[in-house]
Design a protein around this ligand. Sequence first.
Ligand code: PAF
Length: 292
Amino acid sequence: MIQVVHTIKEVREQVKAWRAQGLTVGFVPTMGYLHEGHQSLIARSVAENDRTVVSVFVNPMQFAPTEDLESYPRDLEADTSLCDATGADLIFNPEPEEMYTEGFCSFVDMNGPTAELCGKSRPIHFRGVCTVVSKLFHIVTPDKAYFGQKDAQQLAVIRRMVTDLNIPVEIVGCPIIREKDGLAKSSRNTYLNEEERKAALILSKTIYMGQELVKGGMTDAKELIRAMKENIGTEPLARIDYVEAVNFDDISVTDTITDNTLVAMAVYIGKTRLIDNFIVQGKRDAKGVSSC
Ligand code: PAF
């Protein structure tokens, strides 16, 4: 039976006991309202580690005052069932006061990979993410931690952070999980009404279109982005925040699509901001065709 704890002390004691038995620990940080995307990360951790910790914490520090902190969906009971059914061992569900005690004033900030994409439209976001994730790493001290590729910039940022700060954890990136019709799974999909849910398919359709163009040999990033933006523009409910091509390692803007280019987008459907992406992978063959 899974254990749900709310204090840092309880997590530390449990992890210490596991360590004393020589067990390895995997970690999946989340903000809860778990779906099959999170479940795939938990399943991977359960397969690769002796014990798995899942954190469920809606981190106030990564939301701007204008964003959806208050309305962000929460359901600890359903999260607990999903974690239990997937084989996780411990849920860490702290109150904000447990994570940010009176007088809290230390932050993990990053330049470089946070400057583009979501960092442009959400300027305080990655400072909040880096701060909470580094705190969680110090609390849980996992061997491996699992992050979804849907938040590809976050994955690159966390990889950079653990390298720069010598945090001894292996970061494992896991594929995007999609609904049957293509929409990338996200806790924020719950904000969409019926009409918006249909309109939201423009993101995955445009991702597939972009992948086909790259497979067909398109290497000019500007041309690719123009075509993708044009396609999004056909959906009246969609408003583009960004469509960009960057190097997946350091999130620097690129003019040329090559292996390891991240093509990422953020698009508002009504008031809901959704993200999606693909990473160009695999060596180009003799015809210049690559897989995505
Ligand atoms: O990806 C998320 O859900 C959050 O950004 C994370 C990594 C749990 C930090 O709050």
